[in-house]
Design a protein around this ligand. Structure first.
Ligand SMILES: *[C@@H]1O[C@H](CO)[C@@H](O)[C@H](O)[C@H]1NC(C)=O
Ligand SMILES: *[C@@H]1O[C@H](CO)[C@@H](O)[C@H](O)[C@H]1NC(C)=O
Ligand SMILES: *[C@@H]1O[C@H](CO)[C@@H](O)[C@H](O)[C@H]1NC(C)=O
Length: 374
């Protein structure tokens, strides 16, 4: 009898943690407490739910709505997890909306975000601006510009007056980035062979890299990358990147911006180059396994595997995995050996900040809204 009860107990614990059912419900005025894994900004609960779905470990979320007044957490999308996969409780809380990750629902990897937001600004991340008659024209411009992911438009009542009808196109990373790349003895890291890093072009091209060359000035952004080719791919994806410099000693990718001049200098161990935006670059770099390199964080889960190649295959065969790190037999901590960590990051449009602002309209590209009126 005692054994039976323990068994039933164990089974119910297991079913809690493994049978994650597809639940699309959004629960208003209820908080889902849990361990906070990340708190990005979001304009509404639906967008926040998609962020949770694309985050490596988010299981449920609480979105702090625009009418929240208690503190400065307005428009925060609180991505959470727990051991059971369920919220620890359901607590009444005004002006928040909670729900679950859509990971078990076979989600669209590029969701259509057709909603627009009145009196809401997406500050920062600008790369191009001009003037349009209304927000709909600004949204069309965003949909047709290859790099645009979201926009903010100032309407005819906006102050200061000189910014009225201004349409700001904005960018967030559309390709998987490795947030960190570190040298670590006994760890091998690489990418899913299925990850799309560029849009498809019929014309092939070879990326041009200048070895032992630095371009010191005009800093735009500093990122981590495992190779000059990965750095070049990041430069090609960023609308403001005009050239880049990759420093192999610290695995750093420096994106640069200057449309007028490019001053190069000889420098040992440094590689520079230009983006490839209008042709199909040789993407063989994604097949390279980087020895003694770790991509820390961003874990979906880990599985035991015999070697780095088996880990790469597990990542390639997993719908959500973008990159992996494998802990080899010679790693210092025996407890972690043979672990294959599957990893991913958010690639949907994600504004760096969301704030209230009178007389502006913000929204997203409708590139992914196939068959819907644009
Ligand atoms: C919730 O929103 C209402 C307006 O919709 C506001 O009056 C109230 O103060 C807000 N409460 C909290 C806790 O944010
Ligand atoms: C939000 O408020 C907290 C204290 O409640 C403060 O520490 C933090 O700096 C504030 N953040 C911003 C962005 O204002
Ligand atoms: C660990 O083993 C891998 C091959 O399995 C090898 O490439 C790597 O250099 C080794 N690292 C150390 C620190 O011995």
């Amino acid at each position: 009898m005692g054994t039976y009860l323990i068994l039933v107990g164990l089974l119910s614990i297991c079913s809690l943690s493994f049978s994650q059912e597809c639940s699309r419900e959004l629960v208003k005025n209820v908080d889902f407490p849990g361990a906070e894994v990340s708190t990005p900004y979001s304009p509404d609960a639906e967008h926040c739910q998609q962020l949770c779905t694309q985050h490596s470990s988010c299981q449920f979320f609480t979105f702090v709505q625009g009418d929240w007044t208690r503190n400065n957490r307005t428009f925060r999308c609180c991505l959470r997890s727990s051991a059971s996969g369920q919220p620890n409780a359901r607590t009444a809380l005004q002006n928040v909306t909670s729900g679950f990750s859509l990971k078990p629902c076979n989600p669209d990897p590029q969701p259509c975000l057709s909603q627009v937001y009145q009196n809401v600004e997406f500050p920062g991340a600008d790369y191009r601006s001009f003037f349009t008659a209304d927000y709909k024209e600004c949204q069309r411009a965003c949909t047709q510009d290859p790099a645009c992911r979201f926009f903010t438009f100032a309407n005819g009542l906006f102050t200061p007056e000189k910014y009225r009808f201004k349409c700001q196109l904005k960018y967030s990373w559309a390709i998987p980035r490795t947030p960190d790349v570190e040298t670590k003895a006994g760890v091998t890291s690489g990418f899913s062979h299925k990850t799309k890093f560029t849009q498809h072009f019929d014309t092939a091209c070879e990326g041009r890299l200048f070895v032992n060359t630095a371009i010191p000035e005009h800093h735009l952004q500093k990122l981590s990358a495992a190779s000059p080719q990965q750095c070049q791919t990041l430069c090609s994806a960023h609308p403001l990147c005009t050239y880049f410099t990759y420093v192999s000693t610290n695995l750093t990718c420096l994106l640069k911006n200057n449309r007028n001049e490019m001053v190069i200098k000889n420098k040992e161990g440094v590689t520079s180059g230009m983006p490839a935006r209008f042709c199909q670059p040789d993407n063989n770099w994604i097949k390279v396994a980087h020895k003694d390199v770790d991509f820390p964080g961003s874990n979906i889960r880990f599985e035991p595997k015999d070697n780095a190649d088996a880990c790469q295959k597990a990542c390639t065969n997993d719908k959500y995995c973008q990159f992996y790190s494998y802990v080899n037999d010679n790693f210092s901590d025996p407890a972690l050996r043979r672990r294959c960590y599957l990893k991913r990051v958010i690639t949907m449009p994600a504004p760096p900040k969301v704030a209230k602002l009178a007389n502006v309209v913000s929204g997203f590209t409708k590139k992914n809204c196939h068959g819907q009126k644009q």
